[in-house]
Design a protein around this ligand. Structure first.
Ligand code: NAD
Ligand code: UD1
Length: 331
């Protein structure tokens, strides 16, 4: 299939472009490079041997995006483009609502106008809020604590309504748990701007000596060792989940968790990282981070049953590949 990938220069997008090409699809990337660099696509070329047509376009600008639809005949699209920093979304709610909602609406409008009826959307486990774990797709959504999470819940509703109104429109809504890791080549991975908010990039930067020590946010949760539990998923597994979703699209909107179904605490992750890479990660315990929940992990059986997809890589590979990328990364 010929696939449009928005946000394809970013962390999850670039890995998904690799998986799509490896599965025999052809890809066009649109990205405004607001949180990525074009060099990621050079690395994708090194891995796959393929040139990736690229458009430096903002997905919220309909007239620009329409030119891409005019130039290609797509069979489907994957919509990664979006702003994703939770804290920043609290400070700049309008920027988040505008970027994440307008991009989804413009893209859905053009997809329907040009008869591109396969639409895969990046959502997040954050839409479950503080529900009872494990989170399954049938749960009623609880309000999230931030505008970022709200844009994901609203985008899900927009796309579901669009699919209800158009019987040809097939939408796959993928709720990611905590993506970590990098391509095994070490050529692409996650390189956040500034000081990372998320655990794994913080751990790799401490291991590299860029940051002094990890702050563990709370050890008094009701979890195995008191620290927060999350469902970490290797980004290559996640990328393959998108290919499976594209291959199994059927009319209507369908929601899938993409997680491993296994929870890992902060201290378990630190220990696994130290063991896998034979490197020390100094840490201190500090107060809880506002807005955090104790535990978040997936009920992952729906994607297995309906998409034939399961995560294959474990926490050791996640730690090893995250570290391999960080060591290579000049930034
Ligand atoms: P990322 O920031 O690395 O990638 C997003 C890409 O979209 C970037 O390359 C950015 O430049 C681009 N972009 C943003 N707004 C755009 C616009 N208006 N027009 C064109 N390009 C635009 O983030 P990621 O981690 O790869 O996340 C991809 C998607 O998955 C996002 O929608 C994110 O919200 C979602 N998601 C991410 C996580 C995570 O932990 N990484 C978890 C759940 C959901
Ligand atoms: C965060 C976002 C969530 C988003 C997800 C994936 C918040 C409140 N939530 O989730 O909306 O979908 O990223 O992008 O930001 N931790 C530390 N020290 C650190 C960093 C994290 O102890 O320096 C702990 C956290 O308290 C948590 C775990 O590590 O228990 C994972 O944190 P993180 O990687 O930020 O992801 P989430 O909190 O799950």
């Amino acid at each position: 299939m010929h696939i449009l990938v928005t946000g394809g220069a970013g962390y999850i997008g670039s890995h998904t472009v690799v998986s799509l090409i490896e599965e025999g699809h052809s890809v066009v990337v649109v990205d405004n490079l607001s949180n990525s660099q074009l060099s990621a696509l050079d690395s994708v070329k090194k891995i796959t041997g393929k040139d990736i047509p690229f458009y430096h376009v903002d997905v919220t600008v309909e007239s620009e995006l329409e030119k891409v639809f005019q130039a290609h005949s797509f069979d489907g699209l994957i919509h990664f483009a979006g702003l994703k920093a939770v804290g920043e979304s609290v400070e700049k709610p309008l920027a988040y609502y505008y970027n994440n909602l307008v991009s989804t609406m413009v893209l859905a409008k053009l997809a329907q106008a040009y008869g591109v009826n396969r639409f895969v959307f990046s959502s997040s486990a954050t839409v479950y809020g503080d529900n009872q774990v494990p989170f399954h797709e049938g749960l009623d959504l609880l309000p999230t604590t931030n505008p970022y999470g709200e844009t994901k819940a609203m985008s899900e509703r927009i796309l579901s309504d669009a699919a209800k109104a158009n019987p040809n429109f097939a939408v796959s809504i993928l709720r990611y748990f905590n993506p970590v890791g990098a391509h095994e080549s070490g050529l692409i991975g996650e390189s956040p701007n500034g000081i990372p908010n998320n655990l794994m990039p913080f751990v790799t930067q401490v291991a590299k000596g860029k940051l002094k020590q990890l702050r563990v946010f709370g050890n008094d949760y009701d979890t195995v060792d008191g620290t927060g539990v999350r469902d970490y998923i290797h980004v290559v597994d996640l990328a393959e989940g998108h290919v499976a979703a594209l291959n199994h699209l059927t009319e209507g909107a369908h929601i899938f968790n993409l997680g491993t179904g296994k929870g890992t605490s902060v201290l378990e992750l630190v220990e696994a990282f130290e063991k896998a890479n034979e490197i020390e990660v100094p840490y201190e315990i500090v107060d809880r981070r506002p807005g955090d929940i104790a535990s978040c992990y997936a009920e992952a059986s729906k994607a297995k049953k309906e998409l034939g997809w399961t995560a294959k890589k474990g926490i050791v590979e996640m730690c090893r590949d995250s570290w391999k990328f960080e060591k290579n990364f000049q930034g």
